[in-house]
Design a protein around this ligand. Structure first.
Ligand code: SF4
Ligand code: SF4
Length: 281
């Protein structure tokens, strides 16, 4: 279990703890301010990426210090973790409303793709989370294909996530003032700012899942469909045995490779059962 499970989940998965979605948490003024700034100052997100590119060329001591500061900031304010679709389904089971809106990263990156983030709430109609965004950034909750807030049933939301999975998008859950959880994103490397920050610039804002992929070589035919969708470069092909292998240290445990493998050669294992990565987040 990661440090967030210990701190905010009583030793179980922290994002399956209903109190972390509580409307009461959003009564906190500091948390509200962070949320409002996050959605209204999108130019800062774009600026951050430019700064990270410059940081890549900085002396290692500077990099180390800035990385440490940012890591603390993300843990406190906007922490993300990859999660598999079975956990998404569990979350949909106990939250009371799901709102779909334009993906903030793709808005910043000016991507033309139709991609979505999903706001979660224990309140009705997207709760205080959606109300705050709607108040400060009118129109942000307009869906890419619709005007106005898109309220989805649990069945509609789950069907949409299955489709995102087929498209090769990785699910990740996010806090706005940890431990308050505001929503789930569907990420890919070209457009996701958090993924770029974490994987490309080595500044952790998105953590690995509580799981890691394990591959059964006896079932693998070497078709390489899984390699096509892995956003983290965790899969490699060997011409020797004509099979794919998982690099557990690179694997974020999203399960997208599992979704595309027609031979059921991949499953997700609890990270704690794989000693080499049991404490790697
Ligand atoms: S998709 Fe499945 S069968 Fe194909 S290479 Fe990957 S693990 Fe092997
Ligand atoms: S190997 Fe599979 S589970 Fe691991 S990061 Fe890649 S797609 Fe996700």
């Amino acid at each position: 279990m990661c440090e967030f499970c210990m701190k905010h989940g009583e030793g179980k998965k922290w994002y399956l703890e209903a109190s972390n979605y509580s409307e009461d948490l959003l009564s906190d003024v500091r948390r509200q301010k962070f949320l409002v700034n996050f959605f209204s100052e999108t130019d800062k997100l774009e600026g951050a990426l430019n700064k990270f590119e410059k940081l890549d060329k900085a002396p290692w001591l500077v990099k180390r210090f800035v990385r440490w500061r940012l890591d603390r900031f993300f843990r406190k304010n906007h922490h993300g973790q990859v999660l598999p679709i079975e956990d998404v389904e569990k979350i949909f089971g106990f939250t009371n409303s799901i709102v779909r809106f334009s993906c903030i990263c793709r808005t910043v990156m000016k991507s033309k793709e139709k991609r979505y983030c999903y706001g979660l709430s224990m309140g009705p109609q997207g709760g205080k989370f959606a109300a705050l965004i709607d108040e400060v950034v009118p129109g942000f909750l307009d869906g890419p294909d619709s005007k106005g807030m898109e309220l989805l049933s649990k069945e509609e939301a789950l069907a949409a996530f299955k489709e995102h999975e087929r498209e090769g998008l990785c699910h990740s859950i996010w806090t706005f003032g940890t431990p308050f959880i505001g929503g789930i994103c569907n990420c890919d490397r070209p457009d996701c700012i958090a993924m770029k920050t974490t994987v490309t610039h080595d500044i952790p804002s998105m953590y690995r899942a509580e799981h890691v992929a394990q591959l059964d070589p006896a079932r693998c035919t070497g078709c390489r469909q899984c390699m096509r969708v892995c956003q983290f470069g965790a899969l490699s092909y060997s011409g020797g045995n004509k099979k794919v292998a998982v690099d557990a240290r690179r694997c974020y445990g999203c399960g997208i490779c599992r979704a595309v493998c027609e031979n059921n050669a991949i499953h997700l294992e609890d990270r704690s059962n794989v000693p080499a990565v049991a404490n790697l987040w």
